[in-house]
Design a protein around this ligand. Structure first.
Ligand code: SIN
Length: 367
């Protein structure tokens, strides 16, 4: 990997690495996944046009017609549900070896369970970037993150990286928890999503999940009927926020997107309704005054965060790949390993899906 940017200057990552090595955290040279560090960040010169709408055909639909839509799990040595609401852990199934039909079945099963943990996936991880792209493309058009860094040649693979120099907590926040759904501000947000860690702390650094389906079911029918009538405004990565009030300089690959989405969406394959909110992107309820909108969103965010019945937690083990349906659950990483020398480094494959379908078909999203 070159630590020199396209402009011939030392890249930001190179300087960050030098700093780490000076502080005794390196050497990065012996880190086996250094070629997968987020290296290429957007610059003022690499601005791209807006994403265009595309027709999404959900692979889960095809699996509905299979004689046994769970056939891909036939070789599993163990299958256990983490909680009734969300999450299933599977051992003994190689994601890398799934046939096209089995990939469709995987899409359906993840849609039904919200999130699935697949252990023992070293072959998937070792297969590398070109395979990850081919695999992810089966499920939808691969999303390129507007602001994230990617390794050389892999713009479609979103890398996350945190160590002691890069863990940050907002100075006025007491927790690192940030419930969100990925890139939900896009007109066609991601659906089935794959994520794996290449390095992680011995303890800590878990990922938390919350089912928007269960969260919705816990509310009263009258309240749900009312929520179905609402639309929200979502805003993409706000570059001013990213630059932390001028403390650093980051760019976006594309212009910031503002989108109107239903507050309750229907899954195109399972038909289930889910609460579709994103504390990172949801700005307001359409037509409401600020205080009204803030009050309702605060209630819904608290509901997601405090409903342990809707949640499950992934503890990372070697060679784990987690798949989730970004349409019907929220997640949060947990940065509880400050003060340890651990690094947390992972890759996300993020296929986009359909434009969110309102649970109420009469809801007009153009207005
Ligand atoms: C993500 O937010 O997509 C990554 C989750 C994690 O870092 O655990």
């Amino acid at each position: 990997m070159s630590y020199v940017s396209l402009l011939g200057r030392p890249s930001r990552l190179f300087l960050v690495n030098l700093l780490r090595e000076e502080r005794g955290q390196g050497p990065f040279e012996t880190y086996p996944y250094k070629h997968l560090l987020p290296e290429i960040f957007p610059t003022a010169e690499t601005h791209q046009p807006a994403l265009q709408d595309f027709e999404h055909v959900d692979p889960g639909h095809r699996a509905l017609k299979h004689p046994n839509p769970r056939a891909f799990l036939a070789g599993a040595t163990s299958i256990s549900h983490l909680t009734p609401a969300i999450g299933t852990e599977v051992r003994g199934v190689s994601l890398a070896k799934l046939t096209s039909d089995e990939r469709d079945e995987l899409a359906l099963e993840v849609a039904r369970r919200g999130m699935m943990i697949f252990r023992g996936q070293q072959d998937f991880i070792d297969a590398g970037g070109e395979f990850w792209k081919e695999f992810g493309s089966h499920f939808g058009r691969l999303h390129v993150h507007p602001t994230g860094g990617y390794p050389e040649g892999l713009p479609e693979i979103h890398m996350i990286y945190r160590d002691q120099q890069t863990i940050y907590y907002e100075s006025d926040k007491i927790t690192s928890i940030q419930w969100h759904t990925d890139m939900s501000h896009e007109r066609q947000p991601p659906g089935l999503t794959f994520f794996f860690l290449l390095a992680y702390p011995e303890t800590g650094g878990d990922t938390l999940f919350a089912s928007g389906v269960t969260a919705l079911k816990k509310l009263s029918p009258a309240f749900v009927s009312y929520l179905r009538t609402l639309k929200q405004v979502q805003l993409g990565v706000d570059i001013n926020v990213l630059n932390r009030g001028g403390k650093r300089k980051r760019y976006s690959r594309r212009d910031c997107v503002t989108t109107v989405h239903p507050l309750v969406r229907r899954h195109p394959v399972t038909g289930e309704e889910s609460l579709f909110i994103n504390p990172e992107c949801t700005q307001s309820i359409v037509g409401y005054k600020k205080e009204e909108s803030d009050m309702l969103l605060k209630f819904l965010y608290n509901h997601i965060a405090s409903s342990m019945e809707s949640q499950a937690r992934v503890r990372w083990e070697p060679a784990t790949v987690v798949a989730w349906d970004n349409r019907n659950c929220l997640h949060s990483a947990l940065f509880d390993y400050a003060g340890t020398p651990a690094r947390r480094h992972g890759a996300r494959i993020t296929p986009q899906a359909e434009r969110p379908i309102p649970a109420d078909p009469t809801l007009d999203l153009s207005a």
